[in-house]
Design a protein. Structure first.
Length: 68
């Protein structure tokens, strides 16, 4: 299933869009650029730093539990 770029990058709170957005935030922070700040990461996705922080930690926790 493909998810439109604008939906993932948008402000939608529907889980079909938020989970892929959160995974992308986690991947950027974990693999691509670990030094990126949470405010900068949030700006990449048109969200604030709290959203980026929550996303990275949520996906890390899910990965640790084997849920993803």
């Amino acid at each position: 299933m493909s998810i439109p770029y604008l939906k993932v990058m948008g402000r939608s709170r529907a889980q079909i869009y938020t989970l892929p957005r959160q995974v992308l935030m986690w991947e950027i922070k974990t693999y691509y650029n670990p030094d990126i700040s949470y405010p900068a990461l949030g700006r990449l996705f048109n969200h604030d730093h709290k959203t980026a922080f929550y996303a990275v930690h949520k996906i890390a926790k899910m990965m640790a539990k084997g849920e993803i």
